[in-house]
Design a protein. Structure first.
Length: 751
């Protein structure tokens, strides 16, 4: 007994087997002969080498075997021929001591009829389904009483061996990787038991599995046979004859070698198809050569189809029960998500149901802002790395894996918590996911021999080829890095949850769109009101300032000291109110002014504004300007001038207390297709706790006694930049200065 310990998949190159053209081998087994007939006159165009000489290529079937011609025409005149070979009847050919019985089968290949005659000792052909009816009836009754899939398989193995008389009958199920496990066995004790053993996918390569799906029956009466070639090798169309549906088709030399190494000289297989997919095989073996009549094989096919129907019904029933249970969990989660402002809260507040939805041991909800973990999961950093990998794949909305480390190697570090992953994408734009995890389930698998095929040199000097293993002694393997598989209902439940989340998000988006539309309407009304009021208030405030100045100059001598103070206060207040009204009018016009974008040199604009700001600086102050290379921008120059003027004026104003005020204007590295600019000063700065107030209307972080202003300048900056499609933000520290950033979309001609 051998033992190994590693993951279940091996990097063995079996492409040679996968490419073997086993459906066009050009030969048949010698226990019968094959004729290819052209329509409509049934002329023989191909014949196996062992066919009677009267049926050689070019002969007419009517002349060679008139009774066969009648059978073939009756076959063609019937209903549309089914997929696969059709049994016609048993006939006797020849005379005297050379009389031989044949079971006749036919099938279509393009515009040809392939006729196969298989030797039989039953000349009457009465060993058909009728003789097996009692057995079939009992089989059906027992199927209904079986409690498990294994019990169903055992019944099938027993009845197939009874019908065929083989030494051993196995029922073999494929897994997702096409490895096969023997679920049931019935034998005479002559051949060793393979019950519970596993056989690798390489034993039955991909093209062989496809043949098993298309042609449910295959028989090899004698593994020591010599193939009988078909002449000519090509059909009238100039291509090899497709023997996919043939009952006599010769098999791969690798398979014959496999049988001999197994100690069997005869075999038969019947495919188990569930909903058209290959579920498994019934595989029969005999130590000595053995021929099973076609009628008996058809009975086995019939038994297997009944079994497959019962199996499908059971699997659907089990899945329906699981869907019902998971549907109840999903309904609760949907109600929870609908009640919350965010679907994320609906999930996080009910972790048990989130895990129960797909029978997971851990889960994570990943959004752009945060990663929330539930149950047994990898660390937040590991989950983030996994979600980034999923986002980079950008292939599927639902990702399923039971051996995650095979496709995502870093997962090996957390296999004990997340060997299996089921993930749904909630948003591609923001890489948001809900992920479920299952831990590693370490188990020992018993293989029927070392599953790795050996490559040995061809003694004839040809290319090296794969050879099947010689020993079928139990080979144990410890499988790690795999979780229990996710079932179809569990995957469907995850998909349904994704649809529910998207529905909730869409509904919220529609609600927000409606609110946004209402806000836009209200903003337009407020904008119009602001414009009207500020425009109408400008004249009264100017009159107040004007008449107050007249009163001060012409009647000031007649006023008391207190009266003159009152007049000064009126002038100052009216002037401030007028300035505020002017700024309000400017702010309201920002939304009404149409953008007139042109491409220009930002340094030239900054220099022009700098000179204007410099003129308003008192002679007792020192301001050092540091202006970098700002490049060219595509913007409305009038509005952009207001942005620069506000930012530079603020920088000069708030650095008033410094012996040397330093104002820096520069261009930072681009971000996401945007040019980034900044204005930095070494002035009063601000507390970052209040940064969100900076760009609001009438929002001030300093008292008006310290720094004059109306609190509208930065609001204007943000509004202008946003109308250009850019962003604004600020950074600062109290007493250490502030930096104000704004971005503008990059255009090629702006560089």
């Amino acid at each position: 007994m051998n033992q190994t310990s590693h993951s279940a998949t091996r990097p063995v190159d079996l492409s040679v087997c996968d490419r073997e053209p086993i459906h066009i081998v050009g030969s048949v087994q010698p226990h019968g002969f094959l004729l290819t007939l052209a329509l409509p006159d049934l002329t023989v165009v191909q014949a196996s080498e062992n066919a009677p000489s009267s049926a050689s290529p070019g002969a007419s079937l009517d002349g060679a075997f008139p009774e066969l011609a009648v059978l073939v025409r009756r076959y063609l005149d019937g209903e549309a021929p089914q997929d696969g070979a059709t049994y016609l009847r048993t006939v006797t050919l020849g005379s005297g001591s050379s009389r031989q019985g044949y079971e006749v089968a036919a099938h279509r290949v393009d515009d040809l009829v392939v006729l196969e005659l298989e030797e039989t000792d039953n000349l009457s052909g009465d060993a058909g389904l009728d003789a097996l009816t009692p057995r079939l009836r009992a089989f059906v009754e027992h199927l209904h009483a079986a409690r498990s899939v294994e019990d169903l398989c055992q019944l099938l193995a027993e009845d197939i061996r009874y019908v065929t008389g083989f030494d051993r009958a196995l029922v073999y199920r494929f897994d997702r990787d096409w490895h096969g496990t023997v679920l049931a066995e019935d034998g005479s004790g002559i051949l060793p038991s393979y019950l519970d053993l596993r056989f690798p996918a390489s034993d039955i390569p991909a093209q062989a599995r496809e043949l098993y799906r298309r042609n449910r029956l295959r028989i090899i009466p004698d593994a020591g046979y010599r193939p009988v070639p078909i002449h000519p090798s090509a059909t009238p169309a100039g291509k090899p004859l497709d023997l996919s549906q043939s009952v006599l088709r010769s098999v791969s030399p690798v398979h014959v070698e496999y049988m001999r190494n197994m100690g069997t000289m005869a075999s038969m297989s019947v495919s188990i198809l569930v909903d058209g997919a290959l579920w498994g095989l019934v595989s029969c073996h005999n130590r000595d050569p053995k021929r099973v009549p076609l009628q008996a094989r058809n009975a086995c096919d019939f038994l297997t189809q009944i079994f497959a129907l019962q199996l499908a019904a059971r699997e659907r029933g089990a899945q329906a029960e699981q869907r019902l249970a998971l549907g109840a969990v999903q309904a609760r989660l949907l109600a929870y998500m609908a009640e919350e402002e965010s679907f994320v809260d609906g999930l996080l507040n009910h972790p048990d149901d989130v895990l129960a939805l797909v029978n997971a041991s851990g889960a994570a909800v990943v959004t752009a802002e945060k990663c929330r973990l539930l149950g047994a999961t990898p660390s937040e950093r590991e989950v983030r790395a996994l979600s980034d990998w999923l986002a980079a794949r950008d292939e599927e909305e639902v990702f399923v894996a039971e051996a995650l480390s095979e496709v995502f190697p870093p997962a090996e570090a957390f296999a004990d918590r997340a060997s299996g992953v089921l993930a749904i994408s909630v948003s591609k734009k923001y890489a948001s996911y809900v992920l479920w995890f299952r831990p590693e389930v370490v188990r020992t698998v018993k293989w029927g021999g070392n599953p790795v095929k050996a490559v040995r040199p061809d003694p004839s000097g040809g290319p090296d080829r794969l050879h099947p293993r010689k020993s079928f002694e139990i080979w144990k393997e410890t499988v790690k890095g795999r979780s229990l598989p996710w079932t179809l209902p569990e995957v469907e439940a995850a998909k349904d949850l994704r649809a529910s989340v998207l529905g909730i998000v869409l509904r919220r988006a529609e609600e927000l769109a409606a609110i946004s539309e209402e806000l836009q309407r209200s903003n337009k009304e407020l904008e119009a009101f602001s414009y009207s009021v500020s425009h109408d208030l400008r004249a009264p405030f100017r009159h107040i300032v004007g008449y107050s100045n007249l009163l001060k100059t012409r009647e000031g001598a007649n006023l008391s000291e207190k009266g003159r103070h009152y007049v000064e206060t009126i002038i100052e207040a009216a002037f401030s109110a007028g300035t505020l009204v002017d700024n309000l009018l400017s702010f309201s016009q920002m939304g009404r002014h149409a953008l007139n974008k042109v491409t220009g040199d930002l340094n030239a604009l900054v220099e022009e504004v700098r000179r204007k700001v410099q003129r308003d600086i008192t002679p007792d102050r020192t301001v050092r300007w540091e202006i970098g290379d700002l490049g060219r921008v595509h913007a409305d120059p009038v509005m952009l001038r207001l942005v620069i003027e506000n930012l530079l004026s603020n920088a000069v104003k708030y650095s008033r207390g410094k012996p040397v005020a330093v104002v820096e204007i520069g261009r930072a590295p681009p971000q996401d297709g945007e040019a980034v600019f900044y204005v930095r000063d070494n002035g009063a700065g601000f507390d970052m706790a209040y940064v969100d107030k900076l760009f609001g209307v009438f929002q001030r972080l300093h008292r008006v006694e310290e720094f004059e202003g109306t609190g509208i300048g930065l609001a204007n900056v943000r509004r202008i930049v946003e109308r250009h499609g850019g962003r604004t933000w600020a950074e600062g520290r109290l007493g250490e200065g502030a930096t104000f950033y704004f971005t503008l979309p990059i255009r090629e001609e702006a560089h």
